[in-house]
Design a protein around this ligand. Structure first.
Ligand SMILES: *[C@@H]1O[C@H](CO)[C@@H](O)[C@H](O)[C@H]1NC(C)=O
Length: 235
């Protein structure tokens, strides 16, 4: 398992690096300034079992993420039939700022969980099931929302998000990688459950094919194992 986590983290950093490079290409960064990133309160954390805290942090992130996917949904819901160019650009711009906020939310989640996980060796039983299901719900929420936008506007995920899509992929992979350290087979289970929407996942990521398949050629078949295989199938 260790190599797998390493591979994932390496892949995440790779995406993060490619996303971070053209900073000027990421618009509406000012939108992030308004988010109040919650710092975990030490007193509260000490009174709670740490592994419970991991689960409840993912749950509260899901609640926050849904506020932003809901804004995206209502922006797109006005679209019927053919969209004129100005309106399309306006929608794209709203979606970009909302997804940027979602990336920030998951980034702070990853930071908080990483700290908590230093005290945990393994999570099993019903808490494991609960974490798996909330993680899957989080991924589906983002995936289905973005799928709805790209199919409504008839554009690719890259036309919609630009480099932000790499930041999103990176932080999602990072979240899965750190959870996989304490939850046996988390990746297998999550991707298994996502198997039901594999068609949607591949149609969303299809817009990236040309862009990252070259990047991945060097990785797939190397240390990436499962993830390389999955990404390889998708592309
Ligand atoms: C947004 O729309 C998607 C796709 O229809 C749906 O799966 C998701 O649950 C919606 N989210 C919210 C918060 O309404």
């Amino acid at each position: 398992m260790r190599f797998l986590n390493f591979g994932l983290v390496a892949l995440s950093s790779l995406f993060a690096a490619s996303a971070a490079a053209p900073t000027s290409a990421v618009p509406e960064l000012s939108a992030i300034k308004d988010i109040n990133v919650k710092q975990p309160s030490v007193e509260v954390e000490l009174n709670r079992r740490t592994d419970d805290a991991v689960c409840s942090k993912i749950q509260s992130t899901l609640v926050e993420v849904k506020k932003h996917t809901s804004i995206i949904n209502s922006t797109v819901s006005s679209v019927h039939g053919v969209v004129e160019k100005t309106e399309k650009l306006k929608i794209i711009s709203v979606v970009k700022s909302e997804v940027t906020i979602i990336v920030q939310l998951i980034t702070s989640l990853v930071g908080e969980i990483t700290v908590l996980l230093t005290d945990i060796t393994t999570i099993t039983g019903s808490l494991k099931d609960e974490i798996v299901s909330v993680v899957v719900e989080l991924l589906l929420e983002i995936l289905l929302t973005l799928n709805n936008v790209i199919s409504t506007l008839k554009i690719t995920i890259f036309e919609l998000l630009g480099p932000i899509v790499f930041a999103l992929l990176a932080v999602v992979l990072h979240l899965l990688a750190i959870l996989n350290v304490v939850i046996v087979d988390l990746l297998k289970i999550v991707f298994g459950l996502l198997g039901g929407v594999a068609g949607i996942l591949s149609s969303v990521l299809a817009g990236l094919g040309g862009i990252i398949s070259g990047l991945l050629t060097g990785l797939v078949g190397g240390a990436l194992g499962l993830v390389g295989g999955i990404v390889g199938c998708i592309l």
